[in-house]
Design a protein around this ligand. Structure first.
Ligand code: NAI
Length: 339
C-alpha cells in the first residue's frame, strides 16, 4: 500500500539523519510519497520571538495524518517557543510513546530491557502557567484533568493490548499531591477496569526511579503524567545506551509525529558523522503505526545485524563509520522480501 507522509527534516544533523532514514525505507521497498517541508516558519530562527510554526507543515501533517521529524533547535531561557512543543500542542498529540529496548550487540548497562513508556504530553507542570506573585516568589501551576488523564490511560491500555503487553504501572506522587496525582490515578483506575487481561499496578515516582535502575526487567509498560514521564523516559533510555538508540512518537487521535529524541548536535552537524539509529527506529514505530509490520521487522533485523557485527557503527557508539557507511551497511543487511 502507498502512504503519504510528511517529512520534517529538522535542523543540524536532522537533515543528515532524515536523508539516511528515507534511503533505508526506500531500499526496504516501503511505498511512501514524502511531502518534505520545513517545520519552522519562514525566516524565523530559534532566537526570534513570534510565530514559529510553518502553517503549511501543520496542514500537511493534518492532511496526511503522519509525519517523520528530525530535531529542531530551541533557544534556552528566552527567544521563540520550541517548534517541537508548538507542533505537539497545535496538533494535540497527547501521547508520547517511547520504546526502551536493548539493541543486540550494543553494550549498555543492562540486558533484556523491554519497556514501553507512555507519557501524557499536554498538561501537568508543562502547561506554561507561571507568574511572579511578588518579587522573589513565583507560582507555577500543575494542571491535571480527568479528560486528559482518561484519554492517556485509554491510549496506554489499548496500545498494550495491541502489542501483547501484560502489565502497566501507573507512576505518581499521589501521597503528596493528593488532589492532582490523585485525580490522575482515579482516572486510570477507571480505564484499567475495562482491561482485566492487563495487570495494573501503581508505584510512587521516587521508588519507580530506584526500581528501574535496580531491576528494569520488572517493568513492561509505564504510564506517567508529563513531568515524571519526561524525567523517567530519559533515565530509562540511559539503561539501554542513551537517547541515540531510543525511538519516540507523539500521537493524537488525528495524527502522529515520529521523531528521534536527541537534538540537532551542532558539534557534529555537516560532518557526515551523525548516527541515524534513533530516527530510523522512530520510523520503525511509524511503519508499525501505518500497518507496515513486515517492512518494520525487516529494517529492525538489518539494524540489529549491523550492530551485532559492529563493523559499520558510528563514532558516538564507539565505531568508525560515517552516516553514509552506516546507512549502506543497513541497506546491505536488509533481508529479502517475502511476497
Ligand atoms: P544534542 O542531543 O543535540 O547533543 C548532545 C550530544 O550528543 C552532542 O555531543 C551530540 O554530538 C551527540 N549526539 C546527539 N545526537 C546524535 C546522533 N544522532 N549521532 C551522533 N551524536 C549525537 O543535545 P543539545 O546539544 O543539548 O541540543 C542541541 C540543540 O538541539 C538545542 O537547540 C536543543 O534545543 C535541540 N533539541 C531538539 C530536540 C528535538 O527536536 N526533539 C530534542 C533535544 C534537543
Amino acid at each position: 500500500m502507498r502512504h503519504k507522509v510528511t517529512l520534517l527534516p529538522g535542523e543540524g544533523i536532522g537533515t543528515e539523519v532524515s536523508r539516511a532514514t528515507r534511503r533505508i525505507l526506500e531500499a526496504a521497498g516501503v511505498q511512501i510519497d514524502w511531502e518534505e517541508i520545513d517545520a519552522r516558519a519562514n525566516g524565523c530562527g530559534p532566537s526570534d520571538t513570534g510565530q514559529v510554526l510553518n502553517q503549511t507543515a501543520v496542514e500537511s501533517v493534518r492532511r496526511n495524518g503522519v509525519a517523520l521529524k528530525g530535531p529542531m533547535a530551541t533557544a534556552i531561557a528566552g527567544g521563540a517557543p520550541s517548534v517541537n512543543v508548538a507542533l505537539r500542542k497545535t496538533l494535540d498529540l497527547y501521547a508520547n510513546l517511547r520504546l526502551v529496548k536493548n539493541l543486540p550487540g550494543l553494550k549498555s548497562r543492562f540486558e533484556n530491557v523491554d519497556v514501553v513508556i507512555v507519557r501524557e504530553n499536554t498538561e501537568d507542570l508543562y502547561s506554561g502557567l507561571e507568574h511572579e506573585v511578588v518579587p522573589g516568589v513565583v507560582e507555577s501551576l500543575k494542571i491535571i484533568t480527568e479528560r486528559a488523564s482518561t484519554r492517556i490511560a485509554r491510549f496506554a491500555f489499548t496500545h498494550a493490548k495491541k502489542e501483547g503487553r501484560k502489565k502497566i504501572h501507573a507512576i505518581h506522587k499521589a501521597n503528596i499531591m493528593k488532589l492532582s496525582d490523585g485525580l490522575f490515578l482515579r482516572s486510570i483506575r477507571a480505564v484499567a477496569a475495562e482491561f482485566p487481561e492487563i495487570e495494573y499496578k501503581e508505584m510512587i515516582v521516587d521508588n519507580a526511579c530506584m526500581q528501574i535502575v535496580l531491576n528494569p526487567q520488572q517493568f513492561d509498560v509505564l504510564l506517567l503524567p508529563n513531568l515524571y514521564g519526561d524525567v523517567m523516559s530519559d533515565l530509562a533510555a540511559g539503561l539501554v545506551g542513551g537517547l541515540g538508540v531510543v525511538p519516540s512518537g507523539n500521537i493524537g487521535d488525528n495524527g502522529a509525529i515520529f521523531e528521534a529524541v536527541h537534538g540537532t548536535a551542532p558539534d557534529i552537524a555537516g560532518k557526515g558523522l551523525a548516527n541515524p539509529t534513533a530516527l530510523l527506529m522512530s520510523s520503525i514505530l511509524m511503519l508499525d503505526y501505518l500497518g507496515e509490520r513486515s517492512a518494520a521487522r525487516r529494517i529492525e533485523t538489518a539494524l540489529e545485524t549491523v550492530y551485532r557485527e559492529a563493523k559499520h557503527t558510528t563514532h558516538d557508539v564507539g565505531g568508525n563509520a560515517g552516516t553514509d557507511q552506516f546507512t549502506e551497511a543497513v541497506i546491505a543487511a536488509l533481508p529479502l522480501r517475502v511476497s
